[in-house]
Design a protein around this ligand. Structure first.
Ligand SMILES: Cc1cc2nc3c(=O)[nH]c(=O)nc-3n(C[C@H](O)[C@H](O)[C@H](O)COP(=O)(O)OP(=O)(O)OC[C@H]3O[C@@H](n4cnc5c(N)ncnc54)[C@H](O)[C@@H]3O)c2cc1C
Length: 391
């Protein structure tokens, strides 16, 4: 089997890369180790409306719920509400990713990409020391797929990066250990995504409740890896459930890691580009990575087209991918990382102070950056470390 490019992983990043390259007429194959694309899903499924619409036209079937905004709770219970259009890239729609991921893969297939499910990439093939394809196991049968370019869109546990010699290790402080329940409960707020902060509640992270309509919600927790013992996220999530949704019925459960690192040193090697979680392109502050993976996938697909036409698959020939994703997503990730590094150090009292300082402020027409500016003005001493980001 010979292709121009093999994409490993059919998440949002892989499917957008495969679609973009196939639309340009390339021979594309996308491998997915699971038998069903999009299942199980390890995600709270929140995305910003405007940001999603900038990338694809949403199909109503993908949307589980449309929310008015989000509510954030300080450890002492003080809350702050923001409307979805001011809320950034993770609030607006709560997706049904089982349908969404499959639809994106189907779009790639419609554009001409071959999609192989139940096909796990096992390693890279090499010619003269340069990657030239992957070996894989397809429904129990070993296969070899030749391609001068491999796009590793294989998620947070990416192996493609490691096989290509790219350092993808994450320090414990730069990964969030997550657990999530799909919860049915009459007290779920169907109109707002909710975030809960507190060092006892979720050390170095937060708890979320993202409504999916009809009193169903993704209720999850992310705990900073360096502060999380084994089984800690589940234990803390159960504790939260007891206090917030004591009668909630858990109908599904998932656990997984979310990268919260700064910008990866390199997302390319000879013949290889990494996309999405595989390249740590998640927002380190919020943990949101769906849209970033899609954006990076599109860039990787476009650079693939140029590389095939130039016949240059060396790392230097893939430089445009590095330049473009760093100029766009990379800048945002670097900034968010500084915020994350600061916020994980805050004590509960600091959070309480920040929230209560907004008590008499009208922030209804202010976006997240604007709120930070107001917070800085009101709490210069506490937020002094962030002055270069806020002004
Ligand atoms: C609990 C949790 C909650 C989250 N909530 C949000 C949220 O609300 N909003 C948001 O924007 N982001 C959220 N994220 C992050 C988001 O899920 C990821 O950033 C996003 O899925 C990344 O997309 P991707 O295409 O890079 O990787 P993935 O979606 O992880 O897809 C990778 C694919 O590669 C496949 N694969 C892996 N190895 C191989 C192999 N060897 N061969 C073949 N296939 C392989 C996997 O099966 C998978 O389908 C959350 C993450 C977690 C853990």
């Amino acid at each position: 089997m010979k292709f121009n490019v093999v994409v490993v992983g059919a998440g949002p990043g892989g499917s957008m890369a495969a679609k973009t390259a196939a639309e340009a007429g390339l021979d594309v194959v996308m491998l997915e180790k699971r038998q069903e694309i999009g299942d199980p899903i390890r995600c709270a499924e929140g995305v910003g409306k405007r940001d999603l619409c900038d990338i694809v036209k949403p199909d109503p079937q993908w949307i589980a719920a449309e929310v008015k905004g989000f509510r954030v709770y300080a450890p002492n219970g003080t809350s702050l509400v923001m409307s979805e259009d001011k809320g950034g890239a993770e609030v607006g729609y709560v997706l049904e990713r089982k349908i969404f991921d499959r639809a994106l893969a189907m779009n790639a297939a419609s554009a001409g990409a071959k999609v192989m499910v139940k096909t796990r990439a096992l390693g890279l093939l090499h010619k003269d020391g340069v990657p030239c394809g992957v070996s894989a196991m397809r429904m129990g049968e070993p296969i070899q797929i030749e391609a001068p370019l491999i796009i590793g869109a294989d998620g947070v546990e990416s192996k493609v990066g490691r096989w290509a010699g790219i350092d993808t290790t994450l320090k414990p402080k730069d990964i969030h250990c997550c657990a999530q329940f799909l919860v049915q409960d009459s007290s779920i707020d169907d109109e707002y995504c909710e975030f809960f902060f507190g060092n006892e509640l979720a050390p170095g992270g937060y708890v979320w409740a993202f409504p999916k309509g009809e009193k169903l919600a993704n209720v999850g927790i992310g705990v900073q890896g360096s502060k999380s013992g084994s089984g800690e996220p589940i234990r803390l999530l159960k504790k939260f459930m007891k206090s917030r949704f004591p009668n909630g019925k858990v109908v599904e459960m998932v656990a997984g890691g979310d990268p919260s690192s700064g910008v990866i040193e390199s997302a390319t090697a000879d013949g290889v580009m990494l996309v999405g979680d595989a390249a740590h392109q998640t927002d380190p502050l919020t943990g949101g990575g769906i849209l970033n993976a899609m954006k990076a996938g599109i860039i990787a697909g476009e650079v693939t087209v140029k590389a095939v036409s130039a016949g240059n698959f060396r790392k230097a020939g893939l430089k445009e991918y590095e330049n473009r994703w760093r100029a766009d997503l990379g800048k945002h990730i670097a900034r968010s990382y500084e915020y994350k590094e600061f916020f994980v150090k805050l004590r509960d009292n600091d959070f309480n102070q920040l929230f209560s300082s907004l008590k008499n402020e009208d922030i209804s027409n202010v976006d997240l950056r604007g709120v930070l500016r107001v917070l800085f003005k009101l709490n210069p001493k506490l937020l002094w470390e962030l002055r270069h980001l806020v002004v």
